[in-house]
Design a protein around this ligand. Structure first.
Ligand code: IMP
Length: 457
């Protein structure tokens, strides 16, 4: 199976990084195809922690080509920090390739993201404030700055000038509105409404921005490439390519819980656009889901637990964001949503992570249908947002397990209740579970059935 896509099956933070890391070992090229530094994952290797936001975690394997695809939006300052951090720890980054067509997150995108959230107030989406939405908006408006623009100062300056003007106007309007709000609310409201006026931010000076970005261009130049061609060459030669999605299915711009979504398409279909390959280049799609559910930011989350069990999941699962440090909302596994994700991505296999977090919780519950306010039953994920927002899940109870399972390395070692839990999930969603995470370390996994062979014979 030379082309394998790995996607998040829930609301993100499922532990895709570790799964990609394991499969990267067996593949030749690893490509990130969407999102930006709103993502984050931690890989624990031999007790050493590595945090990634942009660079595919495959970089830890020597000899693998790691690609940041055209569908990614990248903040060059953050990317360079990540490259420098890896170099300092002795990791070879010479095999990192960056698509010349990827779009850049500019300082005004970050300011606009924050200003937009402040404007929404209580209705805010809870974005990561990394400039993701405004950057993808500029891409669609054809006002984006691409990686290749960093290599030509004249083009860069001209494009930035064109892109900057409407941003300054928008930021100025938002500042006027904020000032008015502050005045109406009286003293002390400044902090709440976000303080200073971002349109006057010195980072938005055209000259400063040009100099800064030309410098980024010099540093990134050795990595800039035609990454679609690189993928074709690898696939045509029978080498294996792992396409790594960030965020997850229910945060998909088209198919997720809009507007509480990210601004790209994290589903498997988007791997073709975001990497520049055809649908028939994809042989397998693996989804990654936690043994329970989490969500960060606002938006519907039918199985959310606001009780002691929810708190226990936060603590046991260390459910705090890698990127923003925010506490994640936790809940029971939602099989209605998971079955939707399985079909939407046409998954061929599922990976269940963090099963160990459930040990000691008895009984376990999984949502198997929703009931609307009016009493209607939904066996499938409702397309209408009002239904989803007010739906009450109906649960199936399954026996929990007490034993700690961190040291289990094969299926037979798992407690029978844990196996029954996994079987119930696989039967319900209709795809096999191939891999189960039982702890944070790289080797804390249980393969179910044969381990995959990615490389062509
Ligand atoms: P944005 O992607 O920063 O625009 O944020 C939009 C929504 O997606 C917010 O609810 C974020 O919390 C969520 N989000 C973005 N990236 C991630 C991620 O990597 N994991 C989980 N949630 C994310």
């Amino acid at each position: 199976m030379p082309g394998l896509v790995i996607v998040g099956a829930q609301w993100g933070d499922e532990g895709k990084g570790k799964i990609v890391d394991l499969l990267a070992d067996r593949s030749d090229v690893i490509v990130r195809f969407q999102g930006g530094n709103n993502a984050g994952h931690t890989i624990v290797r031999d007790g050493e922690k590595f945090k990634f936001h942009l660079i595919p975690s495959g970089i830890l394997h020597s000899g693998k080509v790691c690609v940041i695809g055209n569908g990614v939006v990248l903040d060059p300052r953050i990317l360079l920090e990540e490259i420098d951090g890896l170099k300092r720890r002795g990791v070879d980054v010479s095999n990192l390739r960056i698509s010349a067509n990827a779009h850049l997150i500019m300082p005004y995108h970050v300011l606009l993201d924050t200003a937009g959230e402040l404007k929404l107030g209580k209705l805010s989406l809870g974005t990561t404030r990394r400039g993701i939405g405004p950057c993808y908006a500029d891409k669609a408006l054809r006002l984006g700055i691409r990686v290749q623009d960093l290599l030509d100062e004249k083009i860069l300056r001209a494009k930035m000038r064109t892109a900057l003007e409407p941003k300054q106007q928008a930021l100025r309007e938002l500042s006027v509105r904020r000032r008015k709000l502050r005045k109406e609310a009286g003293e002390g409201a400044e902090k709440e409404t976000g303080g200073g006026d971002s349109f006057e931010d010195p980072r938005l000076d055209l000259h400063t921005m040009t100099e800064e970005h030309v410098n980024y261009g010099h540093r990134l130049e050795p990595h800039i490439a035609d990454t679609a061609r690189l993928c074709w060459d690898a696939l045509d030669a029978g080498r294996s390519v792992v396409f790594e999605g960030a965020q997850a299915t229910l945060l998909d711009l088209d198919h997720g819980t809009y507007p509480f979504v990210t601004s790209s398409n994290p589903i498997a279909g988007a791997a073709t656009v975001g990497a520049g390959v055809g649908p028939t280049d994809i042989d397998e799609v693996w989804g990654v889901a936690k043994a329970y559910a989490t969500r960060v930011g606002a938006g519907p989350f039918p199985t959310e637990l606001e009780d002691e069990v929810g708190k226990e999941l936060v603590e046991r699962g260390q459910e705090y964001g890698t990127t923003t440090g925010r506490e994640r909302r936790c809940g029971w596994l939602d099989l209605v949503a998971l079955r939707y994700a399985v079909r939407l991505n046409r998954m061929t296999a599922l990976t269940i992570t963090k099963l160990d977090v459930l040990s000691g919780i008895d009984p376990l519950r999984v949502a198997v249908r929703y009931r609307s306010k009016e009493g209607a039953i939904f066996d499938t994920f409702p397309y209408h947002q009002s239904i989803l927002h007010s739906a009450t899940p109906e649960y199936e109870e399954l026996p929990g397990f007490d034993a700690e399972i961190e040291n289990c390395r094969n299926e037979a070692e798992l407690p029978p209740q844990a196996r029954a839990y996994l079987n119930y999930i696989a039967d319900f969603v209709g795809v096999p579970i191939r891999l189960v995470g039982v702890g944070p370390d790289r080797d804390q996994v249980v393969w179910i059935g044969e381990q995959p062979t990615l490389r062509a014979a």
